[in-house]
Design a protein around this ligand. Sequence first.
Ligand code: NAD
Ligand code: UDP
Ligand code: UDP
Length: 338
Amino acid sequence: KIPRGGASSVSAAGGARRLPVGVRKPSLRVVVTGGAGFVGSHLVDKLLARGDSVIVVDNFFTGRKDNVAHHLGNPRFELIRHDVVEPILLEVDQIYHLACPASPVHYKFNPIKTIKTNVMGTLNMLGLAKRVGARFLLTSTSEVYGDPLEHPQKESYWGNVNPIGVRSCYDEGKRTAETLTMDYHRGAGVEVRIARIFNTYGPRMCLDDGRVVSNFVAQALRKQPMTVYGDGKQTRSFQYVSDLVDALVTLMESNHIGPFNLGNPGEFTMLELAQVVKETIDPGASVEFKPNTADDPHMRKPDISKAKSLLNWEPKISLKQGLPRMVSDFQKRIMEEK
Ligand code: NAD
Ligand code: UDP
Ligand code: UDP
């Protein structure tokens, strides 16, 4: 039986043990599930840069090897093709559990697989955390608030979620993942952290992702009309990916379980977002209205006072500052397509 905390002298369960003078602190062994995806790959960059050893576990459903290709050959980096719905044995100190498609187009593609990933995948990663005494962080979502009746949303709000709708595989899947996380904490003593992530954008998002920022940016660059669903008056709050990654690492290292809302409180209607994309990319860009999808939340904006006061974190990058950074990455990849 592997002792809690694994073989490292840095125990995730007990914090860093004191090392003799002159002995370097060994690097943490960290698993990032979904590490070949959009958010995961940026997180991997940060963990490797600070000296950790990182194992990415990914089935490449929506992730791409390209996102982490720059680390292949680094002795502190390992990439495992594995589906988290199946058990896995690893010896690690921390688990960042991101594996799950995040775009509505992707998670609705195979809803049974999505809920299996959220429930069985999270169960397996919690079982792993329990066996080796690793600290576990769940990337949950603002979708646990459903179509919210409270605005902005605080962590204390229990949400307004349709349990039998087309988005439920994701919303209810993540709600169950949160429940499992708290039950492994209360019932098995696993050290856990829960992040509720609000809409995040940045370089490396899939071009054909279906999410609104990636759609508008790719459409404007390809000189196609930006597709606004419904009347375009629904709102979202958009966070740049580096702000999120800073928050995830801060939360993992903190003494707080959460849940924490991690998002940028700047709120935009889809028509306002289209206007910002137009100003950033092409003043001649046009919009085209399309029917909206079922159960689309009307508004979403995080109350981040809990993260501000307990984690001393708040986002630094506004939409107007973040968009151009994403545009240059998209421009390059769209050129390569041709
Ligand atoms: P993404 O789709 O780019 O990344 C998800 C990664 O998980 C991909 O690499 C995919 O191949 C992998 N994956 C999916 N199912 C898997 C499985 N069964 N086994 C192994 N790997 C699997 O999405 P993202 O935007 O990077 O999101 C990462 C996490 O953050 C997700 O858990 C998502 O729910 C959460 N989140 C993201 C946002 C956002 O706006 N980006 C908002 C809320 C929550
Ligand atoms: N698990 C895993 N890796 C491990 C330990 C557990 O994938 O290192 C899986 C295990 O196969 C099980 C799940 O995690 O499906 C929950 O494990 P736990 O020990 O909590 O429950 P049990 O195996 O007793 O049902
Ligand atoms: N949306 C849109 N045009 C698109 C894609 C999405 O108007 O091409 C809208 C969608 O109806 C929703 C919002 O943008 O109201 C955010 O959708 P997204 O899929 O990015 O994420 P969600 O917040 O719904 O998970």
